[in-house]
Design a protein around this ligand. Structure first.
Ligand code: GLN
Length: 188
């Protein structure tokens, strides 16, 4: 399968390496035509304000939004989660606004910048998975049919709504492949 990774800014190569290790092909998405033939797309971590601006400048914002609304599987990690959220506390940046979640930027890990925690996510694996947080957003509210997938310290850090999956943390920065495997299953 071909899995796209939005490649405007952020940790792209780490996602591509994980996709390759799982036996699939990671495609760097820099323009609209790169999306032809992909089975799903990952929006990586980075800086959501920058990625949102570049999405508009490259004229991918609205077409990608349409594709997601039409069912293209999408996974946003960290900044990618912010781009997916319909509501962002306090700011109005250019973004996709497709998923029924409200997020707060820089809400988790901002004090100490980053931390790692091993957590069991029942939906994904019975083994604890290493979760890495780097100035991550928190989901402060979920609406409609959004399913909470993971909480850490009572905070919502992963959620799913049909073809959309969002995590506050960065599985591409660990050796563990389970969460990428989960997304690839969403793409079948
Ligand atoms: N704090 C960043 C933002 O608001 C996200 C950080 C990250 O992706 N690691 O976009």
């Amino acid at each position: 399968m071909k899995i796209g990774v939005l490649s405007l800014q952020g940790d792209v190569i780490e996602h591509i390496n994980h996709i390759t290790r799982l036996g699939h092909v990671g495609i760097e998405i820099k323009k609209l035509e790169d999306m032809n033939g992909i089975s799903g797309i990952i929006l990586p971590g980075g800086e959501s304000t920058t990625i949102g601006k570049l999405l508009r400048e490259t004229k991918m914002l609205m077409p990608l939004r349409e594709k997601i609304i039409s069912g293209l599987p999408v996974w946003g990690t960290c900044a990618g989660m912010i781009l997916l959220a319909k509501y962002i506390e306090g700011v109005d940046l250019e973004h996709l606004k497709v998923m029924d979640i409200k997020v707060k930027r820089n809400a988790y890990g901002s004090q100490i910048n980053s931390f790692k925690k091993n957590v069991v996510i029942n939906e994904i694996s019975s083994e604890p998975l290493p979760l890495v947080f780097i100035r991550g957003p928190l989901i402060t509210e979920v609406f409609n049919d959004v399913k909470v997938i993971c909480r850490v310290d009572d905070n919502i850090v992963a959620a799913r709504q049909n073809n959309m999956f969002a995590t506050s943390f960065h599985p591409e920065l660990t050796d563990n492949l389970e969460i990428h495997k989960y997304f690839i299953n969403m793409c079948r």
